[in-house]
Every structure is written in structure tokens, then in C-alpha cells.
Design a protein. Sequence first.
Length: 766
Amino acid sequence: MRQLLHILIFLPLFVTGQSRIGEWKAHISFNQVIKVAETPESIVAATANGLLFADKITKQLSTKTKAEGLSGTGISSIGYASDPKTLLVGYENGHVDLLQNDQIINFPDLNMKAGLSDKKVGRIVCEGNFAWLCCSFGIVKVDLLKVEVAETWYLGAGNDTKAVNDLISFGDSWYAATNRGLFKAAKANLNLQDYRNWQQVLSIPLADSEFTSLAISNGLLYVHDKNNDKMLEWNGKLWQPQYPILKNIKDIKSASIGLIVRTNKEVWLIGKAGNTLINSYFSSGSPKEIDPRDALIDGNGKLWIADHQFGLTLQISSSVFSHLLPNSPHSDQVTALRVSQEDVFTGNVTTNSGGIQEASISILQAGIWQNFTDDDDVGLKSIGPITDFAFSPLNSGEYWASSAGSGLISFQKNRVATRYSELNSPLGAVNGSCIINSLAADGQNNLWYTNPTGKVPLGSYQSNRSFLSLPYPGMNYSNISTGNIIVTGSAIHWVVLPNEGLFAFRMKGNTENISDDQYRKVAVKSRFSNGTTTLITPFSNISAIAEDSNHQLWIGTGTGLVVYSNPDKVFDAEEFYGSQPSLDDGERLFKPILEKEKITAIAVDGGNRKWIGTAYSGLFLFSEGGDHLLRHFTAQNSPLLSDQIRSIAISSGSGEVFISTDRGLNSYKSDASSGESNLNKAYVWPNPVRETFEGSVTVDGLTDQTDVKITDVAGNLVFKTTSLGGRALWNVRNSNGARVSTGVYLIFCTSPQQKTTKIIKLLVIH
């Protein structure tokens, strides 16, 4: 049955303005919806990492994520209690959030319960001022007024617990669908914590089957038998199979029209008026399979589907559907992250209902996410996951993407211009898979790439639109493991070799002739000497590389960091050693930073500080030389979505730090930005400073190390500082720590490089 697709993408009312320093954002995708619930005002859709609220009248959208107070990621269930008005959010780790009266109350009791290997919150059932959480060990009854666990119901003795999939109130009894049978207990019984007060329903056929869900329609009880793929009806006397036409049933649900039955790729509406099948939407001239994970009929009789590909979906009429999508990226599975000037590019993948990975590209531009899939551009059809981006320094709108299996892709104005593979270029493939791991563009518009499936795994796509293979000795065999490639300020190209170290080359003369080029493969080693003892340390699992503003090379490894203070000496004959940055704790001891951490990403901000991502311990910010730890962000102490960091990219102008994790994309507004060449663009934000403003005023558009002095109109010095890159901060307080009074203040910005001063006026309202 073909259904028409009507897509509604809702953007925020205001997309201009700035984030405050220290502000976190979670750039969560809302395409992969897993649950849906109804409140009096809204339809609530849950993804694994956030909530989407759709006003039932206006369809205006709003979102909540960890950055807005949710306790974490890994949402597994939602439910709504009408009295008291409470939206419950359950998580895989047992956490529960209660959204009441515009507040988020974290309920950690289940998460903190010892001795449970699986604390995932399943179906949430609400009645009166109580909610029941279906869990792998039984049922947790929560008092929503007292915000505490009232009881825990077990359906088996000792270790013979039953995993409860669903719970329903039917007549004078509770029915619980479990992984090993259907159980029943009298609602009047005051001790349902005792498993002996629960009886297995033995009259149901194949009584020891797994039952996933329960529903009520027309005064009858319905149960889904997962093992035998059947829906059974209880009429008070007999169990009878119903609707044998339905196959691959996932769950059933009560609805005002009768029943909602969700199968693998279908939603069935079953009622007295007849049955309706929904199995596709109409998109881009062809029907698209749906991937339903939940559905409901709201109080107005409208059908809402939680679709894992198309997001929250509303049925407008029998053949018209709307996908309600907020301003967000296409997927939380980020495979590549880069910043081009002020635009943020991510490569993403989703897994469709057939288990096939589909790649897409999301671009954040002026606060708006633009998403591109094969529905938008046929050139993206059947491409492998994006692994990297590179941007033309000469041609606006031109960029490249590399892929894990589909070669090199050239874009013009966000549309695929050409795809290069083993079929139309010197790029190589193995079993039809043309892998490009990393890209780098130089100032002459040449593109450099690593192609481990090629006979020559290192090459360039030249500005004259021709390919150049680089068969350097040591880099001229296929299937060599390659990581990132960068081009430094001294025109040295560096390639990360995860299993071997680094490969460096600098081209000279005729680019077609590599014989006169400089090149060398080196192991990553550090050297430490205190005058009496010399320590040489080898490193493996080379994972990340970055050049800082002092032209030092920072290398991430499986056991910490190595810094090369003079990387241009790589071509000299002697051994090539780096050093391990060490914390300065005043004890003058050698304490290498992060020496037990697996480094996954390195980025350098406008203040030449180092942002370091790790595989398991979150995000670190170190001073310019790495001798002082300035920040350590984890999923426990910040809105960071996960401690597993995959990549970091920094917007030079805004100073916003983008962090991709295994759970999705975060950003953090840093107190540093890249310095300008002069003070012509210097400005202050906000201006005026209202009495309700909290935080720090930012002076942006400065040169690096600009001296900033703030005075009142009488010339009295109120505050002074030095910019970090192109940004300086003022907390709107005087030297005594008191907020300054209402008035006009003068900001004197003096550039040491330009030896010029710019004066900015700022109005402060106390």
C-alpha cells in the first residue's frame, strides 16, 4: 500500500545570535525515533539520545537532550502519567527522568541498585499516581508523588526471575507478559512483591513461550506470543488465535480504534470499522519502506508513528504523511567531522530496516543543519561511510569526501559532481571496495589522499584535475594501514601509519618525478634526559596528528602523546625523537600527560591550547605546552554524550569545539578563538548587557595576545586582561568582585603586533 510523503522540517524561530562561553549543545538526530507518547499538549518522540515535543495544535517542535538536563543517553522507553502530570523517561542503564512542572527530576534508584546485570527500563505503564517499570528482573512500582520506589514485584524465586516485557490492568487483575510465560495477579492483593502471589496462566497455548506485549480492545485481552508469531485473544473462557494473516509481529498496543499491531515493516490498525495496513511512504517518486518502532492514536484520532528512518510521522489522511523533523543532523552515527571556515561538515551512517548501512552528509551552516541523502542527490546512492572531508582553498563551494569503499567523491555546491574509483581513476580497490582513509588539501588546490586498497596507497588529485600516484619506497605496497594525512606550514606531508609510525614527504621540482623528493618513514619515539639518565620510549597504535601555531607536531598514540618541537628535522640523517609533554605540578618531576590513555583525536584552538580526545576517558583541554590541565570533560561531569571520543574539530571564528562520540555530536563554546590580522572586526557581545544577563561578556575579532583594558567614562580602570587568540572575556565585575553599576564602559583593545588601538563602547544595565 503506497502512502504519500509530506515532509515538514521545523526550524527554530531565531537562528541568529551567539552561544555563551561554556555553553554545551547536543546536536542530536531525530530521524531514528524509537518510542512515542502523548501528553495533553504534545506528542513526545524519543530517540536513543533525546526527546522531541510536537505541539498537537501548532505542530511547533522543541527538543530536550542531555545539554538541557536529561540525565544521559541510551533512552529505552517513555510513558506519561496524567495525575500528577509526569513524563517518564527510562534509560538502558536504569536511570529514570521525571519531567514535572517544567523541571527534570533524576530518579537514580534503579541505576544504583546492586547485583543487577541488566537494568534497562522497558515498557512504562501508568495508572493513577503510580508508574510501573517493566525490567529484566521484574516490575518496579514508582510513587510519582513521593518520587520513590514503592515496591518491586518479582515473578520468580531467587535466581528464577522472569524478564517482564509488558504489564496491563484487565478487570480486577494485573497481567504480565514475560520471557517465560504469561502471569496474573489480583490487583487487590497487597503483597505482590511475593512471587507466590503471581500465577502463571497455564490455559494459554504453549504457556512457556515468550510474550512481548498486551492490549485491550472491545473488552477483550490480547497477547502476542513471540515464539510462535501469534496474536491470541482471551474472551474470559478461551484463548483463541486471531488475525493469522499477520506475520513477523513485533508488538501490539491498545488504541481508541481497537488495536495497533506493529510488524517488521508495517503498522496495522485493527478495529470494528475494518483493518488498515501502512507499509510505505511515497518519497522522491517511489515508495519507501517504513521502519516503525512504536505508534499511537492520539485523543483526536490521529495516528503517529515512531519511524526509525523518517522520524516522528503523522498521518494527515489515508495517503498523506508528514515527517516532523527539528533542526538536527541526519544521524548520530558520525563517521567524519570537519570544519570549513564557519561551516561544520559531518559524514553519517544509518542502518535501514534491511540491515544495510546508508551514508549521508550533514552540514551546519549559520545555525541550520542541512542534510543530504540519496533522496536528495542520486550521487550519494550506495556509497560507503564517509571517512574524511577536504575543502578547496580557491573555489568556494568545492569540496571532497573520502569513503570506506566508494572511493573519492567531488562536490560542487553540495551536490556530487564526480565519483572516482578503480573504474575511472588510478585509485585501487580490493574485491570492489575502494577505500580512501584520509584527505588533505594544500594552498595550491591539490588534494592528497591515502588509498590502502590501491597498489600505490598514497597519491594526489592535482589542481589540473589529474591523478598522481606516489610510489615512495616503504609506501609502495597495497593494504598498508594508513590513518590521517596532513600538510604542515613548511609543506611537509605527514601520514599516520597506525602500525609503524609516521611517513613524511616533501615534494621538490617536477611533481611527476619523486626521485628528488624528500621522504622518510620513522617510528614514533620520545627521548627524555635529566642530565644523568636518558630514556627512549617507543610508541605504537599511532592514532592522531595535529600541527599547532608554533609549528610543533602533536602525535596521539595508544599510550599518550608525543610532541616534535622541530618536525622539519625529520629528513636529517640522525634519529628522530619527540618528547612527552609533562605536567608542571611544582615538584619538577617528569609526569607525562595521559600516558595510560588511548588518544583518538587532537585539535588546536585559537589560543594554541590542545583539545585531546580519548577512547574511554572523555575530553581533555591542556595549556599551550601541555604542562597544565585546564579542563577534563566526561559524560559524568558535563553534557558530553559519551566518554568515547572519535574526532574533534574547532570553528576558528566562533571558537566552538565540535566533538563526535559514539553516541553523537556535541559542541562546546570555548573561551578562545583564532586571532585576526588587525582590529577592524573587533566587537563586544552582548551589547547592551541587560540586568538579566549572567556569564561573561566576550570581546571578539581581536589579534592574538591583544591587551584589553576596560574603564568607566571617568577613566577609572575596571578590568584588564589579554586575549586568548582572538577573544577576551569580562565577567562584568570590578576588581572587588562586585557587578559594575549601570553605565557606559570603554573597552580599549591594543594590538601588540599592529601597535594600534580600537575603542569599543559597552552599555551595562545593573
